[in-house]
Ligand binder design. Structure first.
Ligand code: NZQ
Ligand code: ZN
Length: 385
């Protein structure tokens, strides 16, 4: 195990009705708040009404940045930053999925910087100060509620880039599983695939990490057990609660402590969302089995056999055969989640940008589990198409 520093300062309020905790939390940071949310889902399911009522009772004055789209756009960030500067906003509250939370993080950083928001996305090491970030999670998927990452799209340049900085971790996160009851089947499946991917990206590492691997296996099994239940029975509290807490732990860095690894499939997927607006978790579900087959070799076969035996209970003794069976089990699970199996089904219309996309992914693929060349990435896109 490598040496590390462990510091996750996010205060989590977990469970039904825990939103009440927000009332005291906001008072710590001031009275002027920017509320960041997406389309109409929080108005349809009543979350907007209960939160604005609570903020009103807390004596908070509210500005809004609404209409944040999936794969959040830099234009939403720019508008939010302007609002913060013009009205001397003191804190940012995201209510939604990863896209809203990421947008809120980028706004909170942009509001405290002289730099243009997109420049700050490209150079997040420049971040020195951010407004306090709070979030109310409405979709179990990205784990953005407890990590220091914000992924932002620039449609003008067809770029989707991760901002990374420890100060981007929210100060407060409210996780009420009942807020995810209204998540449609497709987003529930995509969210489950995203959580699984975060775990698999960390699981396949060249560094030793016995304890981390066992925890990842447990969390993967939680997704495998509860993902289909949440799809069949959207108001099943245990299913929603387990997925929600698993999504947080899959990416809050605890599992990476002592066993660092640069993720592979995420960098390759982010280009799909940048060029074709593919739903993040769906892109990952299509790409991951192909990535696994590409990196399966003499050097990695033991890791894949372990994945097959410990996660999927494969009993095959030959390690190569077991590894292949594990990959097939993963594909079968994505089928149970009714996810698209090809990029074409996921919304990728043609192959003309595959070369550009691979070029853009390459800078993020340094020191991955298995080294990939640009041609490998193009091949992955083609095989997944
Ligand atoms: O916009 P609204 O109306 O809210 O609808 C959303 C959206 O259409 C809907 N939704 C969310 N909660 C709902 C709901 N619908 C009904 N009931 C609810 N309770 O779901 C749709 C998708 O929302 P979005 O926020 O885009 O999904 P997700 O949470 O999967 O976030 C995806 C984004 O996060 C990035 C992805 O790349 C993508 O841009 N990621 C962020 C990461 C991070 N910050 O650490 C890591 C991830 O790997 C990922 O890259
Ligand atoms: Zn992800």
């Amino acid at each position: 195990m490598e040496k590390f520093i462990y510091e996750i300062p996010t205060k989590v309020y977990f469970g039904e009705g825990q939103i009440v905790g927000l009332k005291e939390e906001v008072k710590k940071y001031g009275t002027r708040l920017l509320l960041v949310y997406g389309g109409n889902s929080i108005k349809r399911n009543g979350i907007y009404e209960s939160i604005t009522k609570l903020l009103d009772e807390a004596g908070v004055e509210l500005w809004e940045e609404s209409g944040v789209q999936p794969n959040p756009k830099i234009t939403s960030v720019e508008r939010g930053v302007r609002t913060c500067r013009e009205h001397d906003i003191q804190m940012v509250l995201a209510v939604g999925g990863g896209s809203c939370i990421d947008c809120a993080k980028a706004i909170a950083a942009g509001a405290c910087s002289e730099s243009e928001p997109w420049n700050l996305v490209l150079h997040s090491e420049m971040i020195q100060k951010v407004l306090p970030i709070m979030c109310v999670v409405t979709l179990a998927a990205t784990g953005s509620e407890m990590d220091g990452i914000a992924v932002i799209n620039n449609p003008t340049t067809n770029e989707k880039r991760p901002m990374k900085h420890p100060k981007l971790r929210p100060s407060v996160a409210v996780l009420d599983p009942t807020y995810t009851y209204s998540v449609p089947k497709y987003q529930t499946a995509a969210g489950t695939a995203d959580i699984m991917s975060h775990l698999m990206e960390t699981y396949f590492s060249r560094h030793e990490g016995y304890m981390q691997a066992r925890m990842e296996e447990a969390l993967m099994k939680t997704c495998i057990h509860y993902g289909p239940i949440a799809m069949r029975d959207p108001e099943n509290y245990e299913a929603r609660a387990n997925l929600m807490w698993t999504s947080t732990w899959a990416i809050n860095d605890m599992l990476k402590c002592g066993r660092p690894v640069t993720w592979s499939v995420h960098a390759i997927e982010h280009q799909l969302s940048a060029y074709y607006e593919v739903t993040h978790g769906v892109g990952l579900a299509v790409l991951t089995p192909h990535w696994m087959r590409k990196v399966l070799s003499e050097q990695t076969v033991d890791d894949f056999a372990m994945f097959a035996r410990n996660v999927w209970h494969v009993e095959e003794e030959d390690s190569y055969k077991a590894a292949e069976e594990g990959i097939r089990e993963l594909e079968a699970f994505f089928r149970v989640l009714e996810l698209p199996e090809t990029l074409r089904e996921a919304g990728v219309k043609d192959q003309r940008y595959f070369q550009n996309m691979a070029e853009k992914a390459m800078p993020f693929l340094k020191d991955t589990y298995v080294a990939l060349t640009k041609d490998d990435v193009i091949d992955l896109y083609e095989k997944s198409f």
